[in-house]
Write a protein that binds this ligand. Sequence first.
Ligand SMILES: CC(C)(COP(=O)(O)OP(=O)(O)OC[C@H]1O[C@@H](n2cnc3c(N)ncnc32)[C@H](O)[C@@H]1OP(=O)(O)O)[C@@H](O)C(=O)NCCC(=O)NCCS
Length: 362
Amino acid sequence: MSDVQIVRAPDAPTPGWTTGLKEFVALSDRSHGARLGSIDYQFRVSEWAAMWVAREQTDQLLWLAVTDGRVVAAMQFGLPLQDNLRLADGWLILDPEYAERASELFDALWDQAREELVRRGRGLVWFWHLTAIPDTDEAQLEPRTGSGAVLADETADWLAGTGFGLEQVEVLARLDVDDSLVGKDFAALTADAEAASEAYQVKGWVGPTPAELIPAMTELRARMSTDVPAGDLAMEEESWDEDRIRYADALQELMGRRTLWMVARHRDSGELAAYTQLSVVDEVPELAWQNDTLVAGAHRGHRLGMRIKLANLEQLREQAPGVRRILTGNADENAHMRSINTALGFRPAVVGGVWQLELGAE
Ligand SMILES: CC(C)(COP(=O)(O)OP(=O)(O)OC[C@H]1O[C@@H](n2cnc3c(N)ncnc32)[C@H](O)[C@@H]1OP(=O)(O)O)[C@@H](O)C(=O)NCCC(=O)NCCS
């Protein structure tokens, strides 16, 4: 008989409900620490706990595999509730000391998870799995987009063997920050971006979206689900309305994140043309995430992406002077965004495979 026990984390808030989240984060830290040399890439317990309490827009599921008295593998899923109603989007994590038992542990987790996903009508499953950037002589896998590669490790073997297809590779890049975050280093970039975008004015804020900007922001934020390169990932357009903006802003607060925003407005038409967002997690004050950046199609080609990112970095320097590193993620093939990030000094740190499966097609 197997010595592996599969435990489903209980819904919040039942007694002891955070234990599973703490175990999950400790497992992620062991896995990422050993394989990637950093634990920056996974949400902290406080962030997960907030997402488990505020489940109006995304439901949460988590299974843990326990053996030898410790959690050694896990599968987590977020189930969108506003759109993308067939999707389960999650992580699978393995304790590096149990790499040899990858298929046994993941099979046991997947047996239970798959049944529940079918029960909930979630026929489309994505898993994220981060690896180091493969060296040319290391075994590696190319995604269906043909752009980038991930290491062919035990987790990737299990995913491929279970029928998941590697659709896309995301590059997570890091900018190390010192006191000169903004200033001399960025003066030329700033002058160039401002000259190319004189027809626009920028405006920044910290925290919830100002009421007068909400209608325009619903349109820009919906475009993040249509305009970002997504290969053959079966992503539907997200539906954003005022409630969703307010809820998303409130959730960031509950997650203990300070959010810094910058938008650009076209002076003549008054149209909101672009936005970008950085967040700083209270629990890790030296780390910031560069999240969404989008320029609406009709306004591209005026260096607005660069301009609003630079302006928001300036805001970050004022608001969170303790930040020492900034992380961001882009599809490997997203040449337009990546060239802006490279010019700012971001350098690739790790890669993430996005694996997709249609249940029933495996
Ligand atoms: C990445 C992005 C913000 C860059 O927009 P931008 O600041 O207007 O780009 P630039 O002004 O630097 O453009 C430089 C050139 O690339 C072109 N270009 C920019 N983005 C383009 C795109 N997505 N597709 C085709 N061409 C694009 C511009 O038209 C311009 O061409 P030109 O020199 O012939 O005039 C924009 O492409 C975008 O919003 N993409 C979708 C959202 C996204 O992928 N975000 C990143 C993930 S978080």
